[in-house]
Write a protein that binds this ligand. Sequence first.
Ligand code: AMP
Ligand code: MG
Length: 519
Amino acid sequence: MPSLSEKEYKNEFVATFPGDDSGNTKPRQTPGVLYSKAIPTPVKKPELLAWSEELAQELGIEKPTNQKDIDILGGNHVAPSMYPYAACYAGHQFGNWAGQLGDGRAITLGEWEAPSGKSWELQLKGAGLTPYSRRADGRAVLRSSVREYLMSEAMHFLGVPTTRALSLVSTGDKVLRDMFYNGNPAYEPGAIVMRVAPSLLRFGSFEMPAARRENENLQKLVDWTIDRYYPHLQGENRILAWFQEIMERTASLMVDWMRVGFVHGVMNTDNMSILGLTIDYGPFSFLDDYDPDFTPNTTDLPGRRYAFGKQASIAYWNLGCLASAIAPLLPGTEELVAILETYSDIFHEKYYRMMANKLGLDEVKEGDQELITRFTYTLSTLNLDMTIFFQLLIDLPQNLENEAETEAHFQDSFYRPLEKGERQTLHTLLTDYQTRLQANTSSREETVQMMQKANPRIILRNYLLHQAIEQLERGENTLFLKLQAAMKDPYSRNFDEFFAKRPDWASQKAGCSMLSCSS
Ligand code: AMP
Ligand code: MG
């Protein structure tokens, strides 16, 4: 297997599209181009903190053993065949058109061809200034880099489509951040993640040439994306078929997020992958207690636009932006709009099927939608821990004698004592559920397997990440390594030391519940 410094890289994006090759990182608008050359700014002392061996195997990359390879991961060395660049894209942020954004602190080094023949974009996040850095520094702090590194790998092992993370490097430099946006900036250790995906193109990558009325660039980008990433779509109506597939992938992604209780926190159109991947890990969170109104992003208050329960409809809104961007390439908008209008049905069909799996129902029968809604309503009004509740549901005793027995069984998922009426609601729901289970044609064993596959046991809760980061900042990696191992096996009982609800102390602590975008 070649190492990072030995590899012959491809640069097909750069070779295909117009770019600004000046290498100048002065902040500016870059009309007419899809990327700008940007050489990573060297850091003081790059040290490898973490390496994803499974991903490295898949890509055929040898683990760095010499300083040259580590220097690539820290942005201190660029291999001869790499052409580092920052992509130019635009976006709608919090519902408003934000114009040009672009990779302000991410630099793609090149494309790595894996033994399978599949090509992967290798990108450093936090590698220094680019023309799109605006007034920021192009850097990332250890805190946000650990979160992206662990969480993107965790999502992969949960079976949720995502960008991946190959490495985590500390830079030896300090980075100034106002973590709480309260006028008290402080220095934090800097870090760089190498992010990896077949493509990091976003909805915003298409919105940019569309907004600039650069139809030729737009057409070329759409054609290239379809040929390279959706090659099964050919023929006259392929743009429509492509949009339909992006819509389906995006709907599936929303359903997967809802299955595991993931809240992205910043679903701007520049953070929506054209491949339907989870991308741009910022102030994300898993749900502890089930709350559809929960947003982990302090910048998202008070509107809660990106709350857990709104993600599916925000995805629809974002798909509308993508549709508007590609509309100039079509003779009319009628068909595009007709496809978009099917989103709700497609999403709901996938959603109820997923929820049926979580509950162990082998099909969605009449009355099941109502039962599913009763479950989510009960989870939210009783403030139950989502992950623990569904795990306990797998082990539900066959005959629930009375309310007290039901309460005792689900005790570990409570964040507060239940009132009398709530105990009754829960008990009635579960006895109705058990009656419904009798209509299953699959065996009890098959039902349990279905539920185990749909319901993770171990999730990377924010307070765990917070503790691991605090340790790492003190130079200790025990918890980090344990979490790294646990997240690879989230459906098993092998890491039950992390099978616990959020402790009381964490519920109001910054970084354990709410986070800011500052990273
Ligand atoms: P995000 O909220 O991470 O999706 O970022 C939104 C925009 O801000 C993107 O264009 C980022 O590249 C840019 N950005 C975020 N943080 C930084 C930073 N520290 N330096 C430069 N640009 C940044
Ligand atoms: Mg972003």
